[in-house]
Unconditional design. Sequence first.
Length: 194
Amino acid sequence: MARYNSEQKEQTRERIICAADRCFKKGGYSGIGVDGLAKEAGVTSGAFYGHFASKEEAFNEVVVLGFQELKKGVEHFQAEHGENWMNAFADYYLGFKRTCDLADGCAMQTLTPEITRSSELIRNSYQNEMTKVIEVVAKGLPNGTLSERRGRAWAYMSMLSGGVTALRGLTDDELAEKVAKSVKKAALSIALQI
């Protein structure tokens, strides 16, 4: 019986994290409270507090997991596309990740604005996890010292994320496609040192 309770508790925690991820990405940190997060997860507020001491703690968990997911995504594109991974990743990021529902968006694009207004704890988590993403990106870039590749990795990822943020504000699909192509060209130019 104890094993079942432990598994059930872990499933409840996962539901809360998934609900918090969707809600924070779509409505921002201040866009929902603990009661709303609990309702979205299908649990009581008491159950929420059984897993997280505060909304901030849940947000921190979402930040960490979101950037771990981004790192895995970059690694996947590197493994699947070899030297062409940056091009394929840019297409995916400026395509699907630009047009999907915000709840399914990338943590870098959807959560970073919230992180900048957050506590030092959250910003430290972001910095730690984003640095891991940058290390993976840098290792996949050609030419230059590791320090130079890290700088280009930050620029490449920042350009993609900023591009998606700007593009989500456009209502003209044709204009958005043109701008997406320009952002991709500039991001690849930086990443590849063209």
